[in-house]
Design a protein around this ligand. Structure first.
Ligand code: ZN
Ligand code: FE
Length: 257
């Protein structure tokens, strides 16, 4: 089966936008276009035509290019049902458990609130690709801005349940600074220390650390490990429930310098 060809397009300071192209049908989706111009250039370079605009959430660094792309290509805007009022020009609003097709590839949509009230993730199972915006980052997670800590933990648990081979296409290149924090709460994690060396080398070479592999994140991302005994003990919360542990780690990250 053909799967998506996925192109990472950097934007703004540290955002990643994506093009997901289905070779079978030539359908091409732009995911979280912060800016239109780099997307239009990437399309042109490959001779692709934009057919869909996918948004994970309403923040401007994920929808800023919507209007210009829609005007230039006629592609519809697809986004979270719970925040349809905060995404100008939205054409299709999706919620938890719904499916949506881009060419011959079909996404399952998950509601993953916490960073924002209406945040969704698109999981294209046959391409093993997860577009998760600002919920999950490599070795990190988004700030909990519009939801509660337990709500964000449930969202993270939902994504963590996907197969190990799932590639995580998230909204930002934060991996290197995320690792500095992760080592402060999970210092005994050998895989995390090895990852720090790998990521330093990648960043030095100007290589993106995205996509991350879910199976690897499970072993290294402290926000996926709030129910792991070793990590709970390391932060002095051995008997606390995972949502509370998650909340404590997230709070530490908010004030980490
Ligand atoms: Zn955001
Ligand atoms: Fe963002």
């Amino acid at each position: 089966m053909a799967t998506f060809e996925i192109v990472l397009v950097p934007a703004l300071q540290d955002n990643y936008m994506y093009l997901a192209h289905d070779p079978a049908t030539k359908a091409t989706a732009a995911v979280d276009p912060a800016e239109a111009a780099p997307i239009l250039a990437a399309l042109k370079a490959r001779g692709w035509k934009l057919s869909h605009i996918l948004n994970t959430h309403h923040h401007l660094d994920h929808i800023g290019g919507n209007a210009e792309l829609k005007a230039a290509t006629g592609a519809p805007i697809i986004g979270p049902k719970a925040d349809r009022d905060r995404i100008p020009g939205i054409d299709v609003a999706l919620g938890d458990g719904e499916t949506y097709s881009v060419g011959s590839e079909t996404a399952t949509v998950f509601d993953v609130p916490g960073h924002t009230r209406g945040h969704i993730a698109f999981w294209f199972k046959s391409s093993a690709a997860l577009f998760c915006g600002d919920v999950l980052f490599s070795i990190g997670c988004g700030r909990v801005i519009e939801g509660s800590m337990p709500e964000m933990w449930r969202s993270i648990e939902k994504l963590r349940a996907l197969p190990d081979e799932t590639r995580i296409y998230c909204g930002h290149e934060y991996t290197q600074s995320n690792i500095r924090f992760a080592l402060s709460v999970d210092p005994g994690n050998a895989r995390l220390r090895a990852k720090a060396t790998e990521v330093d080398a990648m960043r030095k070479a100007g290589t993106p650390t995205i996509p991350a592999l879910l199976g690897d994140e499970r072993r290294t991302n402290p926000f996926l490990r709030a129910d792991v005994a070793e990590l709970k003990a390391a932060i002095g919360m051995a008997s606390a429930d995972p949502a509370a542990v998650f909340g404590a780690i997230r709070q530490r990250k908010d004030s980490f310098r």
